[in-house]
Design a binder for this molecule. Structure first.
Ligand code: C2E
Ligand code: CA
Ligand code: CA
Length: 714
């Protein structure tokens, strides 16, 4: 209660009466007794100023005429002090109300004047109105302060907001940008202000007219416009994924506020989720959806390029048993293992997926032959079909695979998958552990090729290859120069197979390196065995395939067989075709240099058929030119072929090379060759490729009158 009273006293207005005459003070105090205020009295200007420092004074009744310091002076000093600058003053004066005094009073900051004698009612009225005025003034000040701080608050909100905020005028120009948006776009606030909003946006209908843009159209309707997946262009040319909202400001402002939320993290998360949506959680391979997408984009990419892709559908044999008897955990373990195995044998750009359950698919991109897909399928079956140890128990799996190639078996993802699936069932029906092409015709072709490849592999292991030796003879004297070793494949069922049939396949599968090495060893050993019979000047020509010629270890391989058999390097001659020489000139130069260092001879085989440049021929260090047998076969009937043959002979002579005519079958051809200066021949006229036993009995010197010495077998 006492506290409330004190409080109410403190809240009450304080009137300060200033007069040098005590009777005036007493009179004024009595006059003001009734009122909602407290009255304080002092008798001098100095005391008044002091009082106002001690206590909050709401209004001063100030006597004008006082000794020492008059009322005007007090007023002036009051106005000079911030604490009392606005305190209302009523001058109380007894002097004649000259215009001058009143004016002076007002200029000194007085708010009102009252002259004695006065009506107490008027004074009270004046006091009330001045107090009200002062209260209003204070309220106003207070309000202004509040406004200022609100403005400062708003500014600091904009300043410190983490999201980008733009104010865009109805003309589409940015009027305001907060620091966050500037930071997001790697620029300063002033870089943005005054520029068109649309210039910062990466939109599909970019470059469109502001008045046609959704920002403007929504603003016009007074609606909020939201754009969830927009991109802002940063000043460095990058793109920042953002979500935008644009809200109209009150009509008068004729602008909108655009909020930009940095979505890069969200989008990244989104992408991650998306990738989760296309991957199989168990194996980490793609799932059905991911596989669909992969095939689709692959189809779109290759289009009509003529390239081929294959879809493989793999189903595990025996998985259900594992799952049922050992439980799902064991099953999962097996699936994971299979996934890893499959991955390990695919090329990095091939696509693997688990379609669900124990079904896997593979996409083989850019195949040259459907057979390549069959090869992969075989490999996959081989890999998967092993014994696994799961929870200490051995289990065996198998796989059946269906293959469908684009474009033959289907044009769409669904079509290809269906075809591959059907082929897979076909493979299962046929007894599991197999693969099937969707088209039976492709199936047959691929199989026979694979069979051939398989039996070639066996042939290498079982030594089904042999060499026959075709003599090379000096045309005039009939003296034996040497033999060309020719490869034969003695097939257990098909009999002798000609090299033209299987050498390309050996090259394609790179098996040629293994066979090639065997040829070198076999030929060189034969050469040594014949040393007694034919001497150490006998030349043995070995054919080297283009693939072999491209291998860096060619000279090393030859050196090894030379050393192993203590041969004179000049006894070995390497036959390389023209096209093999021309395919990689750097390799050719290096290879020829190494062969030269080694000391073996080098011959160009089938000369005249390939595309070789005579200019290069000059730079290659060669020993022998072998005229292709087609020219020899036709030279007597065709002047053009005759011209080619005689040109090659001349060329060889000019370059200091030996020239061997291949495929000489008649004495007429021999005669023509002698007349045109050719020195050596090879051909059925003398002998075909001979088995070792027959070659051994070949004479050192051919008797031209007793020909032919032997007939070709086929
Ligand atoms: P090539 O090197 O031009 O071999 C000459 C071919 O002509 C041989 O066929 C030979 O039997 C045949 N021939 C020889 N004289 C006559 C004749 O008077 N008339 C007719 N019509 N043909 C004759 P072959 O043995 O079937 O070899 C064919 C091709 O296979 C060879 O052509 C060669 O490019 C390749 N080749 C043969 N053996 C090997 C080898 O060991 N390694 C490599 N890389 N390729 C070989
Ligand atoms: Ca040859
Ligand atoms: Ca030849």
């Amino acid at each position: 209660m006492a506290q409330a009273q004190i409080k109410s006293v403190a809240e009450r207005n304080v009137l300060l009466v200033v007069d040098d005459r005590p009777e005036n003070l007493v009179a004024m105090e009595a006059l003001l007794e009734e009122g909602d205020w407290l009255v304080r009295c002092v008798d001098s200007g100095e005391a008044a100023l002091q009082k106002m420092l001690d206590e909050e004074v709401s209004l001063v009744l100030l006597d004008v005429q006082m000794p020492n310091m008059d009322g005007f002076e007090v007023a002036r000093l009051m106005r000079g002090n911030p604490r009392t600058r606005y305190t209302p003053i009523i001058f109380v004066s007894a002097i004649a109300q000259t215009q001058d005094a009143v004016l002076r009073g007002y200029t000194s900051g007085a708010v009102d004047f009252i002259l004695k004698p006065f009506d107490p009612q008027v004074l009270r009225h004046k006091i009330h109105s001045l107090l009200a005025h002062e209260r209003n003034r204070r309220d106003l000040v207070h309000l202004t302060q509040q406004l200022d701080s609100a403005r400062a608050f708003n500014a600091s909100v904009l300043e410190n907001a983490a999201e980008g905020i733009l104010v865009v005028g109805e003309d589409g120009l940015i009027n305001f940008a907060n620091p966050a948006i500037a930071q997001m776009l790697h620029c300063s606030v002033t870089d943005l202000e005054g520029t068109p909003l649309l210039s910062r946006l990466e939109l599909e209908d970019n470059g469109c007219d502001w008045k046609l843009s959704d920002f403007y159209r929504f603003w016009k309707r007074g609606e909020v416009y939201r754009l969830h997946d927009a991109n802002l262009r940063t000043f460095e040319g990058g793109l920042l994924p953002v979500a935008l909202s644009s809200s109209p400001l009150p009509r008068l402002q004729r602008s909108m506020v655009v909020l930009a939320l940095d979505m890069s993290v969200v989008r990244q998360l989104h992408a991650q989720l998306e990738s989760q949506a296309i991957t199989d959680a168990l194996t980490g391979l793609l799932n059905r959806r991911g596989f669909h997408q992969a095939v689709e984009s692959s189809l779109a990419r290759i289009g009509r390029s003529g390239k081929r892709i294959a879809v493989l559908y793999l189903d595990l044999d025996g998985f259900k048993r594992i799952n049922d008897s050992l439980g799902h955990d064991a099953g999962d373990q097996v699936l994971r293992r299979v996934g890893e195995q499959l991955k390990s044998c695919m090329r990095p750009y091939d696509v693997l997926a688990r379609m669900g359950g124990d079904e896997f698919t593979a996409l083989l991109d850019s195949l040259d032959h459907p057979e390549d897909a069959a090869r992969v399928a075989e490999k996959l079956i081989e890999l998967v079909s092993v014994r696994y140890r799961v929870d200490g128990i051995d289990v065996t799996l198998g796989a059946s695979i269906g293959i469908a190639c684009y474009p033959e078996c289907g044009q769409t993802v669904e079509g290809l998958l269906r075809a591959a699936d059907m082929a897979m069932y076909e493979a299962k029906r046929a007894g599991r552990q197999q693969y099937r092409f969707f088209s039976p015709e492709m199936n047959g072709r691929a199989r026979s090729r694979l069979m051939l490849e398989e039996s070639l592999r066996n042939a290498i292991e079982q030594d089904d290859f042999l060499l026959v030796y075709q003599p090379q003879v000096h045309l005039d004297s009939g003296r034996l120069r040497g033999f060309e070793a020719l490869l034969r494949w003695r097939h257990r069922v098909a009999g002798m197979v000609a090299p033209n049939v299987f050498i390309p396949l050996l090259e394609e599968t790179r098996l040629i390196n293994r066979v090639g090495d065997w040829i070198f060893r076999q030929g060189a050993r034969q050469c040594r065995e014949w040393r007694e019979r034919f001497g150490d000047e006998l030349v043995l020509s070995l054919n080297v395939s283009p693939v072999q010629f491209g291998m860096p270890q060619l000279a090393d391989d030859l050196r090894r067989v030379l050393e192993a058999n203590e041969l004179n390097p000049m006894q070995l001659e390497v036959e390389v075709t023209e096209s093999a020489l021309m395919q990689d000139l750097d390799n050719t130069r290096e290879q020829l240099r190494q062969l030269r260092t080694l000391g073996v001879r080098v011959a160009i085989d089938d000369f005249g058929t390939g595309y070789s440049s005579l200019a290069y021929l000059r730079h290659f260090e060669l020993d022998t030119l072998k005229i292709d047998r087609l020219f020899v076969a036709n030279m007597l009937g065709s002047p053009r072929d005759a011209a080619v043959v005689s040109t090659i002979i001349d060329l060889g002579r000019n370059l200091g090379l030996e020239v061997i005519a291949e495929g000489v079958e008649t004495l007429e051809q021999r005669q023509w060759l002698i007349e045109h200066g050719c020195s050596i021949m090879q051909g059925f006229l003398v002998a075909p490729g001979l088995p070792v036993a027959d070659a051994e009995t070949f004479p050192m010197q051919v008797d031209w009158t007793r020909l032919p010495l032997a007939k070709p077998s086929s």
